[in-house]
Design a protein around this ligand. Structure first.
Ligand SMILES: Nc1ncnc2c1ncn2[C@@H]1O[C@H](COP(=O)(O)OP(=O)(O)OP(=O)(O)O)[C@@H](O)[C@H]1O
Length: 349
């Protein structure tokens, strides 16, 4: 459905130029939720804004449903943009308009007759669960409800594509979950393609089918979400996954752990932080205890989690292993032989 073909975006800046996006090519299929993740400044927003030409790429083409967006005349582009809805981190609602009038705005701008607007807004409010809030003003509703208004507004023109720019970043974890569930539901019910950008792997894990990881303007890794979680290939991806573990550990423990791992990196320590990833059968206590017996290694389990990614159970276990370097090496080879994906996170925590 969407072809991003060799897209680059260069901005003029006070100190010269900034290459915000560098030669990115991606294909996004109809009906999928495609995540783009990266640290702040990686180029995610710039890339996503090229899809509706809020940013016109310096080089490359954006082809949506066979139509080259970069080649459209202004009037054609305005019409094409109606097929693309967008939601934002800070919701961008008009504070002087009620919930229902915010949702009606894109219809008014598209010249839809008043009577028709009156018919089309209530089902949108129903879809996002805000029928009882239609006459409230943005200041009178919660952050999660504001984002629901944003979603209803983005869907008003019945778009084929929804762009989500850090839509849950300003929300608490529980509200985030409910908004992600809503996005999943409308993706399924309306067969709406969603391109979602975030800096949180948790968001990718919760709703995306595929993911592209960006760093310094480039896509450094992309694939099926389960595969990327199971076997991240790039250091930046490992660091983003490592962030999830770091956020869950108590601060004092994290600091002690970092100090111990730094010693190992300096050649004076025996500690290694590993992440085991498994789907279905895989790591369990017998494997760890067998490694203890055979290789004389000590293990402390720091963090464990089982999630469902794309309908499959996926487990990850963060373990601190202490032992002689040669024994640790033999133990990791042993786990890999048993089909366990294991990677060292010493550098990324
Ligand atoms: N209009 C602009 N003019 C000049 N530089 C820009 C412009 N927009 C973005 N940049 C620069 O391009 C780079 C990528 O920015 P972008 O906002 O796309 O990153 P991001 O990954 O979305 O990060 P964040 O999550 O912090 O928004 C940054 O160095 C940014 O300063």
């Amino acid at each position: 459905m969407i072809e991003i073909q060799s897209v680059s975006q260069r901005f003029a800046a006070s100190h010269g130029t900034v290459d915000a996006v560098r030669d990115v090519s991606l294909s996004i299929a109809r009906g999928e939720i495609f995540g783009i993740i990266g640290k702040s400044g990686a180029g995610k927003s710039t890339l996503v804004r090229t899809l509706n030409l809020l940013n016109r790429p310096s080089e490359g083409r954006i082809v949506i449903d066979g139509r080259d967006m970069t080649a459209l005349a202004p009037a054609e582009l305005r019409a094409a943009r109606r097929d693309i809805g967008m939601i934002f981190q800070h919701f961008n609602l008009l504070s002087s308009r009620t919930v229902e009038d915010n949702v009606a705005l894109p219809l008014e701008l598209a010249g839809v007759p008043r009577e028709e607007i009156k018919k089309r807004v209530p089902p949108l409010l129903e879809l996002v669960g805000l029928s009882d809030y239609r006459q409230r003003y943005p200041a009178q509703i919660s952050g999660g409800q504001k984002q629901r208004v944003g979603i209803a507004r983005a869907l008003a023109n019945q778009p084929k594509l929804l762009l989500s720019d850090e839509a849950t970043s300003a929300l608490d974890p529980e509200t985030t979950r409910s908004i992600l569930e809503l996005l999943r539901r409308i993706n399924r019910e309306l067969n709406l393609t969603i391109v979602l950008i975030t800096h949180q792997m948790e968001v990718i894990k919760a709703v995306c089918d595929r993911v592209a990881v960006m760093d310094a303007g480039r896509v450094i890794e992309s694939g099926n979400v389960l595969d990327v979680f199971r076997e991240p290939r790039h250091e930046v991806t490992r660091a983003l996954i490592g962030d999830v573990i770091a956020q869950e550990l108590p601060r004092g423990l994290l600091e002690r752990l970092r100090a111990r791992l730094a010693q190992t990196q300096a050649g004076a320590g025996r500690d290694h932080l590993f992440r085991f990833a498994f789907t279905g059968a895989g790591v369990d206590e017998p494997l760890l205890s067998e490694a203890v017996r055979r290789f004389g290694i000590d293990f402390s389990i720091l963090h464990g989690q089982i999630d469902e990614i794309q309908g499959q159970a996926f487990g990850s276990l963060a373990v601190l292993a202490s032992g002689e370097a040669a024994d640790v090496g033999r133990a990791t080879a042993f786990f890999r032989e048993r089909g366990v994906t294991i990677e060292e996170l010493n550098h990324v925590l």
